[in-house]
Design a protein around this ligand. Structure first.
Ligand SMILES: [Zn+2]
Length: 72
């Protein structure tokens, strides 16, 4: 039944890496995969989605420092 999962936004939650996962079928979903479409959702939801993705992009651009101090 998970094959026909429509990834309703209520089941989608942010996961590490700026990705979103559907907790029902465990799939990583993009903004075009969810139902209803992000365009049809309140702006607040889109902002949260964008913010989560942006956070990951920022983390990728500036890798987190290794714990224990800078080697250089
Ligand atoms: Zn799903």
């Amino acid at each position: 039944m998970a094959l026909n999962c429509q990834h309703h936004v209520q089941w989608v939650r942010p996961i590490p890496g700026g990705l979103h996962q559907c907790i029902l079928c465990q799939k990583v979903v993009g903004r075009g995969d969810v139902y209803p479409k992000l365009e049809d959702l309140p702006e607040e939801f889109r902002r949260r989605w964008d913010a989560h993705e942006a956070r990951a992009e920022g983390a990728a651009a500036t890798p987190p420092k290794a714990p224990g101090g800078d080697a250089r």
